[in-house]
Structure formats: structure tokens, C-alpha cells
Write a protein that binds this ligand. Structure first.
Ligand SMILES: *[C@@H]1O[C@H](CO)[C@@H](O)[C@H](O)[C@H]1NC(C)=O
Ligand SMILES: *[C@@H]1O[C@H](CO)[C@@H](O)[C@H](O)[C@H]1NC(C)=O
Length: 496
């Protein structure tokens, strides 16, 4: 309470005024759940700087990451990069504008190499202090776009390709990652830290990687948007590999638009990943953001395999939620194609996991070997035997070649046939249930929040053939705008 004796300019009041006027104004915009577009708008109207943004995320990471275990390292140079971005923006001539990701902090899954003060370890102690030859291809592109490399997100160690009993979201460097919607629930993986961090607002946007479900599944479980691009659309150079035949780098963000801005920044040719040269034919002139259209569902033919959707026993809650979404899709002008030969389609994938594992194991040996050989320093602390073992094996023989051919044949007889015969624009799937179909076919998929049940969030996935990203964006964006299901987690620190 103010004393009657204090004059208006008593010392405490003077101090208050000084603080008010001398402190840089704390950003007036709400950063939680802000989209890339909101942030760019706030940069432009000078209510926010990149430095303030990095401070915000750093504080959030400081408070939440020890509980959620979703961030392994924060980039010691992030503030320096933010300062540089702010100065570039200040110096910009009127009328000109910087790219969508300029000054935006991004977290990278820890299997994506950065040539800076951070480690790149796939969550493993074995790779701590290993020295990578250069930034991953996607990281070079992010830097060129002006994005701020905020830090490294945790993951299921070695992208889940270490041990069969390893729990989702666990890695030696952080321990068990937690789902912010249900800390006892499944985070899924392997891009768990990216999905958790996006969901809990520990970064503006994040990158994950997928070999089979590793972007789609954790995105589904954490109520965020995951985009797994056609294999080769994004460079895998400098990404700790499982198999170049299926590995893909993609965004995990809170909205479809944010994911598309990130995709625009990371796609394209990279001389260190040959597949990107061929796949660059899929990239539309003018990039992907032109497909963020509000009438994107109009006239789209969506394949609906009831077998994929209604196999959850008697979970009527889920069934009703998806039925509501089907109505929404129809209302927005989509045609749901239901008279599909589901048994013939699923038959094409019968026993496919065996071929996938056979091929992947051999491909992993070759790919990881090459990654490790390219390291400048290999001073890993544990686990060397595994790599020596890998070195000692033969890699891809006849059996593996046959398995790879079989995988390609299954995709032709499966999704390719279903899509072309029925003139489909996309296939609908709940959660990540179609992930293996998309993974083995090198096809793209995008997952959008679709609801919450006792277990936590779940998503609706749209998959398509190679290069169908523009169509998938139109569909996913319109569905998201019509439903707006994502909400931030309401967890409290006491629940850990
Ligand atoms: C600046 O933009 C942000 C984001 O759109 C908005 O929240 C804020 O109110 C704007 N501030 C001013 C002063 O216009
Ligand atoms: C890598 O991790 C180690 C151990 O946590 C840490 O001491 C070091 O500063 C990190 N960065 C680099 C570039 O080694």
C-alpha cells in the first residue's frame, strides 16, 4: 500500500519508471501457439524480436525439458544467430521482405548433423563428441533461409533401430521422454522429442525423420502436424541413417501452414544425396505454400478403407470421432470413395514386415558404416562393438536384393494400383496405421490432429503417391481449418 508520505517521485516509483522505460519492452504478443505467420507479423510490426523469441523458448526449455525430456542440447549460438537475424531485419530496405523462416527458432531431431557447438548423437552416448564433417543438407538449407538452430530434440535412441525392447521416446542422453498430454501415455517415436517440443511450445517449429512411422506416429500422439515427404524430396545427407531407401526428413509443427513453410525451406537438390536430384522434379514452381487453400478439399477423391478405421474393437468414441470427420470432409466437398476392394489391397501387403526388416537390416549396416566413416572424429564412449560387427558383415546380398524388389512390387500392387484404379487423390488412415504402406513405397503422408481420448491425442493421416505433396497439403490444410482440433497441453509440473 502506498504511504501518504511518499511523494509521486519517491525512489521506488522512479525505479519503476526507469524499468518501464529502459528495459526493452517485453513482447506484447502471446508466443504460446503462435504460428510462423503470427511471428513474422510480430517481427514486422516490431512487437517481437528473434532474441525475445529465443529467450522465450530457452526459458520454456529450461523449465519444461527436464520434465518432458524432449531436448538434449540448446545451441549456445542461438542468441547470436537471433541477434544477427534481428539486425538483418532492421537493415532491410522498405518494401523488401525476408523468407518465411527468417529469424524463426527450430529444434532438430538429434540424428540430424550440425557442424557447430552441438553434438549429433541420435540420443546415444556412443556418439557424444563425435565430430561431423559438415551440416546436414537440410540444416544448410535452414541456415540459408535464416532460421535459428535452437537445439537438438531427443528421440527414441538410434531412431528406434537399436534394440527391440527399447521404449518409445527413450534415449540414453535424456532418459524417458514424456507425452505432455498424458505423462504416463505413449509418446510414440522415434521423432518423439520433436513432437513433444512442438506440442509443448518449446520451439516455433521442429524437424523429425521417418523410416517407418517415426514422424507420423509421435505427431499423432502429441496433437501436432507431421509431414513425411516423398523419399528424396529432402536431403538425407548428414542424417544418421537407417536406410536411404526409406529415410525421409520432414517437419513436425503445430499447424499445417507451419509445416509447409518448413518444407519449402528444406526441399531440393543436395549434391551429397543423389536421390534428391531425381526427386526434385516433384517440387512445384513457387514452392508449396500456394497449396494452403481454404477450398482444398473440394472435389478431392479420398480412399476410405473401413478396415483401417474400424478395427479398434468396440471403441465407439473413436469410431464416432472419425465418422464426424468423414462428414466434415464430405461437407467441404470431398468425395469419400468407400467401395474399394480392401481385402485385395491389404493382401498386397501380406507379410511385408519380413521383407522390410530383412532389407533394412542390411541397408542399415551399409548406411551407418558410411556415416561413421565420414565422421571427422569417432571418439565414442560406448557401443563400438556394434559398429565393428556391422563393418564385418557383407551388407546387401541376393536375399536382400530380392526383399527390396518385393517391397517395390507390393507398393505397385498395393497403394499404386488402388490409387490409380479408383482415381484417388489420397488415402485416409487413422493414426499412423498406414505408415508401413507409405514407408515401404517411399510415399508421402501428412497427419493432422483429429481428437483426444483417455490415452491422449490421435490424428488423421492423408497419404498419397510420390510427389503428391501439393494435393496432400490442400486436403490437410482444409481439414485442419474446418476442424481446428489442436489445443496446447494443460499439464502441470506437479504431475511428473
Ligand atoms: C503485431 O502483430 C502481432 C501478431 O500478429 C499482433 O498480435 C500484435 O497485436 C501486433 N501489434 C501491433 C502493435 O500492431
Ligand atoms: C557434447 O556433449 C558433451 C557431453 O555432454 C559436452 O560436454 C559438449 O560440450 C557437447 N558439445 C560438443 C561440441 O562436444
Amino acid at each position: 500500500m502506498a504511504s501518504a508520505k511518499t511523494s509521486p517521485l519517491s525512489f521506488p516509483l522512479f525505479l519503476t519508471l526507469a524499468i518501464l522505460f529502459l528495459q526493452p519492452p517485453v513482447s506484447s504478443i502471446v508466443i504460446e501457439e503462435a504460428t510462423v505467420q503470427d511471428l513474422q507479423h510480430a517481427f514486422k510490426n516490431k512487437s517481437l524480436t528473434s532474441k525475445q523469441l529465443v529467450e522465450y523458448y530457452r526459458d520454456n526449455i529450461f523449465i519444461q525439458a527436464p520434465l518432458l525430456k524432449s531436448v538434449i542440447e540448446v545451441n549456445p549460438d542461438a542468441m547470436f544467430q537471433a541477434d544477427a537475424a534481428d539486425r538483418e531485419r532492421e537493415a532491410l530496405a522498405p518494401g523488401l521482405s525476408l523468407g518465411d523462416l527468417h529469424g524463426i527458432p527450430i529444434l532438430l531431431k538429434d540424428n540430424i548433423a550440425t557442424k557447430d557447438k552441438m553434438n549429433t548423437t541420435a540420443g546415444s552416448l556412443a556418439l557424444v563428441r563425435s565430430v561431423v564433417p559438415r551440416d546436414a543438407g537440410v540444416v544448410s538449407k535452414l541456415r540459408r533461409a535464416g532460421a535459428i538452430i535452437l537445439g537438438k530434440a531427443s528421440l527414441t535412441e538410434w531412431a528406434g533401430f537399436r534394440g527391440k525392447s527399447m521404449p518409445h521416446g527413450w534415449c540414453a542422453r535424456t532418459g524417458q521422454g514424456k507425452n505432455p498430454y498424458n505423462t504416463k501415455g505413449d509418446t510414440c517415436g522415434s521423432s518423439s522429442g520433436s513432437a513433444i517440443s512442438a506440442a509443448a511450445n518449446l520451439a516455433a517449429v521442429t524437424l523429425g525423420t521417418e523410416t517407418d512411422g517415426s514422424i507420423l506416429c509421435p505427431s499423432s500422439n502429441q496433437a501436432v502436424v507431421g509431414f513425411k515427404p516423398t523419399v528424396g524430396l529432402t536431403s538425407r545427407a548428414g542424417v544418421i541413417p537407417i536406410t536411404p531407401r526409406q529415410d525421409s526428413v520432414g517437419p513436425i509443427c503445430r499447424t499445417v501452414a507451419d509445416a509447409v513453410y518448413v518444407l519449402d525451406a528444406i526441399v531440393g537438390k543436395d549434391s551429397n544425396d543423389d536421390v534428391t536430384i531425381e526427386a526434385s522434379k516433384y517440387i512445384p514452381t513457387g514452392g508449396y505454400k500456394q497449396f494452403l487453400k481454404i477450398d482444398g478439399l473440394k472435389g478431392k477423391r479420398l480412399g476410405l478403407l473401413k478396415d483401417l478405421f474400424f478395427s479398434f474393437g468396440d471403441d465407439t468414441y473413436l469410431a464416432e470421432a472419425f465418422e464426424r470427420h468423414f462428414s466434415t470432409l464430405r461437407q467441404r466437398g470431398a468425395v469419400l470413395v468407400e467401395d474399394l476392394d480392401a481385402s485385395k489391397f491389404l493382401e498386397a501387403y501380406d507379410g511385408i514386415q519380413e521383407y522390410e526388416i530383412l532389407a533394412m537390416t542390411a541397408e542399415f549396416k551399409v548406411a551407418i558404416n558410411s556415416y561413421l566413416q565420414n565422421l571427422v572424429e569417432k571418439t565414442w564412449e560406448y557401443g563400438q562393438e556394434r559398429f565393428l560387427e556391422a563393418e564385418a558383415t557383407n551388407g546387401i546380398g541376393n536375399k536382400e536384393k530380392e526383399a527390396i524388389q518385393e517391397l517395390a512390387k507390393r507398393s505397385r500392387d498395393g497403394l499404386e494400383k488402388l490409387m490409380t484404379e479408383n482415381k484417388l487423390d489420397a488415402l485416409l488412415a487413422p493414426f499412423d496405421s498406414a505408415a508401413f504402406i507409405l514407408a515401404t513405397g517411399q510415399y508421402p503422408g501428412i497427419i493432422v490432429p483429429a481428437g483426444y481420448d483417455q490415452e491422449g491425442p490421435f490424428g488423421l493421416c492423408f497419404g498419397g503417391l510420390k510427389g503428391s505433396e501439393p494435393t496432400l497439403i490442400e486436403i490437410a490444410y482444409d481439414f485442419e481449418q474446418a476442424t481446428k482440433i489442436r489445443k496446447p497441453p494443460l499439464f502441470s509440473r506437479s504431475s511428473y
